[in-house]
Design a protein around this ligand. Structure first.
Ligand code: SF4
Length: 447
C-alpha cells in the first residue's frame, strides 16, 4: 500500500498541488514521501525524505518551483526495507533522457527480473522492486522512453499502479490484473492521476475515470492518449482490502463508494449474529463506518467509546512490530465509564495480526466491562498478500492455523464473529471474478 500522485498542466506550476495531493493520500503510506520533476536543463530532479509529507517535503519550496509536470509518492514499505534509498519516486537520467517512477503495488517476479537484469550488467541502487521497471526501460536504448516503458511492463507480473514522468509527458499505467486503484482527474486543461479519487477534492479537480487494468495513458500538450498492454487475463483482481481498510471512505473505487461499502459490511455482519449488548462501539477510525452500519441493522445504539488520538499514525502501516505495539496504546484509549458494568459489541474492519485488538480489549477489561463481543467486518485473514501489502508470511496472521474461538481467547474477547467472504463480496457489489480475495481464501492469481 503506497500512494501515487501526478499532475500535468500546460500553463500552471503544479508542484504544490502534488504536495497537497500526496497529503490527501497520506493514509496510504507514512514512511517516506517524495516528488520528482524535470528541470529547465532537461535533468530529472527529486526531493525525498522520511516521515509524513509535511516532514519529508517543504510546501513553501514546492509552491515556488516553476514546474508544470510533477509526480509524487507516499511510501509504506512492502518490498525493500525502510530507508531513504527506497523512497520514491525513483529517478534516472539515462541515454534517452530523464525518467522518474512512483509505484503502488509489488512485482511478484521481481527476483527473476533482478537476476536477469544483473546478468545483463544492471547495478541496482535500491532493494525495492520498482527499480526493476526502470532498469527494464533503460535496457532498451533504441526505443523512445514511452515505448520502452510499455515494453518493460509486458515483462512485469503482479501489482503496479504507476505514475511515470518523462520528456514525452506524464504517464499513468495499471497492471492488467487491476490490483490497485488508479484514477484520472481534471481541472480545466490540468490533468491529475492519483491512487484514490479523494485526492482530487482538495484541488478542485473532478474525477474523470479510472485508469483501466492493462491501460497506459500518456498525458501531454496533446491531451491524453490511451494504449493497451498486450497481456490477456481471464479475470480481474481488484484488491477487496481496499474497501475493507486501505482506501479513504470518501473515495470511489471500481464505481463503488468506499463509505457505503463499509456501512453495508457492518449491516451484513449484524444481520448474521447480534449478541444482546448495551451498545456498539468501533475501533476508530478504521472500524467506525462498519460500526455505524452494525448499529443501524442491530438497533443497538452507537457510542464513540474508544477514542483515537488524532496525531498518531495508523499502526498497521508502521513497519516494525515494536512500533506497532507501542503505537496502539498511544493511539487508542477507551472511555472507562461507558464500559464499566456494561456489555459492548466492538467492531473493527479487520483482524490481521491481532495486536491492536488484543491491546484495546485488555484496556477495556481494565475498565471492568461486563462482556466484550468482537465483530470484524471482513473475513479472517489467513494467507499472505504478494501484491503490495505487508503480510508476507502466514506466521504473522492471527487467524492462520487458529480457530475463531482460539483467536477470541488470544485477544481476550468473550465472542468473535467475522463477516463471511460471500457477504463481503455482496457488500462491495462487484462481480466475484473481478476481486482479489486471496488473503482471505488463499486463491492467489496464477500469472
Ligand atoms: Fe488485497 Fe488481500 Fe488480494 Fe492482497 S491478497 S491484493 S490484500 S485482497
Amino acid at each position: 500500500m503506497c500512494g501515487v500522485f501526478g499532475a500535468y498542466s500546460p500553463s500552471d506550476f503544479v508542484a504544490e498541488e502534488v504536495y497537497l495531493g500526496l497529503s490527501a493520500l497520506q493514509h496510504r503510506g507514512q514512511e517516506s514521501a517524495g516528488v520528482a520533476w524535470i528541470d529547465g536543463g532537461g535533468r530529472m530532479n527529486s526531493i525525498k525524505g522520511m516521515g509524513l509529507v509535511h516532514e519529508a517535503l517543504s510546501q513553501s519550496a514546492l509552491s515556488e518551483a516553476p514546474v508544470r509536470s510533477v509526480i509524487g509518492h507516499v511510501r509504506y514499505s512492502t518490498n525493500g526495507s525502510s530507508m531513504l534509498q527506497n523512497a520514491q519516486p525513483i529517478c534516472a537520467n539515462y541515454a534517452r533522457g530523464p525518467v522518474a517512477i512512483a509505484h503502488n503495488g509489488s512485482l511478484t517476479n521481481f527476483n527473476e527480473l533482478r537476476t536477469t537484469l544483473e546478468n545483463r550488467g544492471a547495478i541496482f541502487q535500491s532493494t525495492g522492486d520498482t527499480e526493476a521497471i526502470l532498469q527494464l526501460l533503460a535496457h532498451q536504448p533504441k526505443l523512445k522512453p514511452f515505448d520502452a516503458l510499455r515494453n518493460a511492463l509486458t515483462e512485469a507480473r503482479g501489482a503496479y499502479s504507476l505514475v511515470v514522468l518523462m520528456e514525452e509527458g506524464l504517464v499513468a499505467a495499471r497492471d492488467p490484473w487491476g490490483f490497485r486503484p488508479l484514477v484520472l482527474g481534471r481541472r480545466g486543461d490540468n490533468y491529475y492521476v492519483a491512487s484514490e479519487s479523494c485526492a482530487f477534492g482538495l484541488l478542485g479537480a473532478s474525477f474523470v475515470r479510472e485508469i483501466e487494468p492493462g491501460e497506459v495513458v500518456l498525458i501531454n500538450g496533446k491531451g491524453t492518449s490511451s494504449y493497451r498492454l498486450p497481456i490477456k487475463t481471464d479475470r480481474k483482481w481488484l484488491c477487496s482490502f481496499e474497501y475493507v481498510y486501505f482506501a479513504r471512505p470518501d473515495s470511489v473505487i471500481g464505481g463503488q463508494s468506499v463509505y457505503r461499502t463499509r456501512r453495508e459490511m457492518g449491516r451484513k455482519l449484524a444481520s448474521r449474529d447480534t449478541p444482546k449488548a448495551d451498545f456498539v462501539a468501533a475501533f476508530p477510525d478504521s472500524g467506525t463506518t462498519a460500526a455505524l452500519g452494525y448499529s443501524e441493522a442491530s438497533g443497538m445504539p452507537y457510542e464513540s467509546a474508544v477514542v483515537r488520538s488524532r496525531y498518531v499514525g495508523r499502526t498497521f502501516v508502521q513497519p516494525t512490530q515494536k512500533v506497532r505495539e507501542l503505537g496502539v496504546r498511544i493511539k487508542l484509549h477507551p472511555c472507562g465509564e461507558l464500559f464499566r458494568d456494561r456489555e459492548a459489541v466492538l467492531v473493527d474492519d479487520s483482524l490481521v495480526r491481532g495486536t491492536t485488538a488484543g491491546h484495546v480489549v485488555s484496556m477495556i477489561r481494565e475498565c471492568k466491562a461486563r462482556a466484550l463481543h468482537l465483530r470484524i467486518s471482513s473475513p479472517p485473514v489467513r494467507y499472505p498478500c504478494f501484491y503490495g501489502i505487508d503480510t508476507p508470511s502466514s506466521g504473522d496472521l492471527a487467524a492462520a492455523g487458529q480457530t475463531t474461538a482460539d483467536v477470541a481467547r488470544t485477544v481476550g474477547a468473550d465472542s468473535l464473529h467475522y463477516l463471511s467472504r460471500e457477504d463481503m463480496i455482496e457488500a462491495i457489489g462487484l462481480p466475484p471474478d473481478s476481486l482479489c480475495t486471496a488473503c482471505f481464501d488463499g486463491r492467489h492469481p496464477d500469472f
